[in-house]
Design a protein around this ligand. Structure first.
Ligand code: ZN
Length: 150
């Protein structure tokens, strides 16, 4: 076996290491997250797009601003973050500190979700909620979208 000199190993390791992000890049990433383009949402969009559906994003005029809107079908899809919408799954584990703040806040979020879905239904729209923890299983995602949109 050939001996690798120390300077060489350092170089190799550097090449494989992830590049440090500049503060500007980091800021950009954070604002992208804040504007609602979450990873689970992108996964659902990608899948719906791959299946050939046409949809609109974040239609403000509808209750709850659904993440994907299929106007001709009068159907809307919400992609819910498990923590923010208090799914109750592993991903949504309650915070351990600041409970006085978090418990009422998450409760309010849930109550708002219920109100929005009811309002949508009252306006003749059908809805599908896809939870963050469900968005990783592409096969089942495809099945559910197909069933909902047919
Ligand atoms: Zn979940």
């Amino acid at each position: 076996m050939r001996k690798i000199r120390k300077s060489q190993t350092v170089k190799l390791r550097r090449a494989g290491a992830p590049r440090r992000k500049s503060p500007e890049e980091r800021k950009k990433m954070m604002s992208a997250i804040r504007s609602g383009d979450t990873v689970p949402e992108l996964a659902v969009r990608r899948e719906a797009h791959r299946m050939g559906y046409r949809f609109r994003l974040h239609r403000k005029g509808l209750p709850g601003t659904p993440d994907l809107v299929f106007p001709s079908r009068r159907k809307a899809v919400f992609v819910h973050g498990c923590f923010w919408h208090a799914h109750g799954c592993k991903l949504s584990r309650a915070p351990k500190t600041n409970l006085d703040y978090w418990v009422p806040k998450l409760k309010r979020n849930c109550a708002r979700d219920v109100r929005n879905l009811e309002a949508l239904t009252a306006q003749g729209w059908k809805h599908l909620v896809i939870w963050e923890c469900e968005s990783r299983d592409i096969r089942s995602l495809e099945k559910r979208l197909k069933k909902f949109l047919k």
